[in-house]
Design a protein around this ligand. Structure first.
Ligand code: ADA
Length: 560
């Protein structure tokens, strides 16, 4: 996969990205598919989304992907960075792993014989029981396919399965490192840790069959990471012949007195929501597009991006680390109904997805906040235990970052006591009210949150915006014109910047236009079937609002 550093120097890795054999099977159940009988009559790019290609536009069902690879004998691990929505992985026709939930890394392992191996992946982009995290009513078009990179790893008897690097003290340049491993034969082994090319530890260790090794290390040469000065380090762990490298930054995040701080300095978050969607690539964002999106965020003067509404591409996060852009990283979700949210199968699937999200993304210094369940029933008594469980899991996995969720209706929310940062989505001037009423609505939310006793928690306006058909204007400055959108967002940013210091963060809805679900009730309220609240259109061409926001974000940046 394209990253900004190399994850393995010792472990042999074969990248399997390219063009795979492909067959769209349609309305077929995976259990009814015999790999030997599959007739591959087409080709598909990996990474890619089949329903973003004109030939398969709108096609939902089961599809089969196949590639062949030459390998030696031994333990092999196929690492997938994201498959939409459900998949079954087969090695020489034998199922080795099922996985539900796109956007997160998972792997499938097998003992291989030397020679050529056939890898088949059955991928299902239908909505239903197999994919409890995905629902058709979501306000985005959920594309299907092997949407992120695939790698084949040759494993030895010891495997470094994970590396978690936390800042123990910025002032003392100290980090805490947790190495998760598995070993075929428990016993003595050798651990070596380098940071930025310098040896920081070598030690004999006694391994169990599976476990973790935790060490506190000093890296006195490392400069802290901050949005203004995003210094990065690379930590390389070698254990029993295997290795894993991760990039990180020395920095501490905290919330105090209604503010979010990075290394003790309060930050004012000015940014946007961002979907990873494109008419031609679906959820499979090629590197040039990810680079261009980060360039556009920088041009806009944004220091903050919310990954709406699912975990982001690892390369995008690498680029945010380097650009000093702070990230809200959230698990998949969009207005799940109460009965779906409280279904134990859904909760288990979310917990697994959250675990994968954190494991893959936890070392990015740019990630400031973890989030869950966009606009779900945090207003209901029944929803409360689910929020409690999922936010609790986030805290267990990563106590170093604040947690939040975007509330659909802050005035009637029941779960704010569970978060570190209160976040409210609101659309004054669009779904209700008018532009002059925007300051009063934002103040009303802030007053309500304070009255609930959460005055010490930072408050983020996590969505606000208006639709604008690209290129459309009329003499009235009506709804759907670029003029109206620009006027509304100018009023929002002006209010947040001028004297509204209760609001710690703003994420405008949304950076770019994107295709929505084809369900009529949504499509009929979205001209062209596109959610067009973007500052840029789906091909990233700026609208007038882009210029209005850019001018304001940039002058605020100069003032900070
Ligand atoms: C909600 C939702 C977004 C989007 C937005 C809109 O706030 O969280 O995903 O659907 O509304 O455009 O209406």
């Amino acid at each position: 996969m394209t990253r900004r550093f190399t994850a393995h120097e010792l472990r042999p890795v074969t990248v399997l990205d390219g063009v795979w054999d492909f067959a769209f099977l349609g309305d077929v159940e995976p259990d009814d598919v015999a790999a030997a009988d599959l007739a591959f009559d087409d080709l598909m790019a990996v990474p890619g989304c089949w329903d973003a290609t004109p030939a398969y536009a709108g096609r939902r069902g089961l599809a089969a992907y196949r590639t062949r690879v030459r390998t030696g004998a031994g333990r092999r691990r196929l690492v997938f960075d994201g498959v939409q929505h459900w998949c079954r992985v087969l090695w020489n026709g034998r199922p080795i792993r099922d996985h539900a939930g796109g956007f997160t890394r998972f792997w499938a392992e097998t003992d291989a014989d030397a020679g050529e191996a056939e890898i088949t992946v059955l991928v299902d982009n239908r909505f239903g029981e197999r994919s409890p995290l995905h629902m058709e009513h979501f306000d985005w078009y959920h594309f299907g396919g092997i949407s992120r990179s695939v790698e084949l790893h040759a494993l030895g008897p010891v495997r470094v399965d994970g590396l978690k690097i936390d800042t123990a003290s910025v002032a003392e340049r100290r980090i805490e490192v947790r190495i998760d491993y598995t070993a075929d034969t428990p016993g003595p082994s050798r651990l070596a840790i380098d940071c930025d090319g310098r040896t920081v530890l070598t030690e004999d260790v006694d391994l169990d069959a599976a476990g973790s090794i935790t060490r506190t290390l000093e890296i006195p040469w490392a400069a802290p990471w901050s949005p203004a000065d995003p210094n990065l380090s690379v930590l390389a762990v070698a254990l029993g012949g295997d290795d894993l490298r991760e990039r990180f930054g020395l920095r501490e995040i905290a919330t105090a007195g209604g503010r979010i701080t990075v290394n003790g300095e309060p930050v004012r978050l000015l940014g946007v929501n961002r979907h990873e969607l494109h008419p031609q690539f679906g959820h499979a964002q090629p590197a040039p597009l990810l680079v261009a999106d980060v360039q556009q965020l920088r041009d806009l003067g944004a220091n903050f991006v919310r990954g709406s509404h699912y975990p982001l591409d690892p390369l995008f996060l690498d680029l945010c680390d380097e650009a000093g852009i702070l990230v809200w990283c959230e698990s998949i979700g969009w207005q799940y109904p109460v009965e779906h949210l409280t279904d134990p199968a859904f909760v288990e699937a979310q917990l697994a997805h959250i675990g994968e999200m954190v494991a893959a993304a936890q070392n990015h210094p740019s990630i400031l906040l973890w989030g869950i369940l966009n606009e779900c029933p945090s207003w209901s008594e029944a929803g409360y235990p689910v929020y409690e469980r999922l936010l609790g899991r986030l805290r267990e996995l990563d106590p170093t970052r604040p947690v939040t969720y975007a509330s659909i209706n802050a005035h009637d929310d029941k779960c704010f006591d569970l978060v570190d940062v209160v976040s409210a989505n609101t659309y004054p001037g669009w779904y209700f009210g008018d532009v002059p009423g925007i300051p009063a609505e934002l103040d009303r939310i802030a007053a309500h949150v304070d009255a609930l006793g959460h005055g010490d928690k930072p408050l983020i306006v996590s969505e606000i915006g208006a639709g604008a058909v690209p290129g459309w204007n009329d003499a009235n400055g009506s709804l759907w014109t670029e003029d109206y959108q620009a006027e509304l967002l100018a009023a929002v940013v002006d209010h947040v910047l001028e004297g509204q210091d209760r609001i710690s963060g703003l994420a405008i809805w949304v950076l770019g236009d994107f295709k929505t679900t084809e369900l009529r009730r949504m499509a009929l309220t979205r001209p062209r079937g596109v959610n067009d609240k973007g500052l840029v259109d789906e091909y990233r061409r700026p609208k007038q609002a882009y210029k209005a926001v850019r001018e304001r974000f940039r002058s605020a940046g100069r003032a900070d």
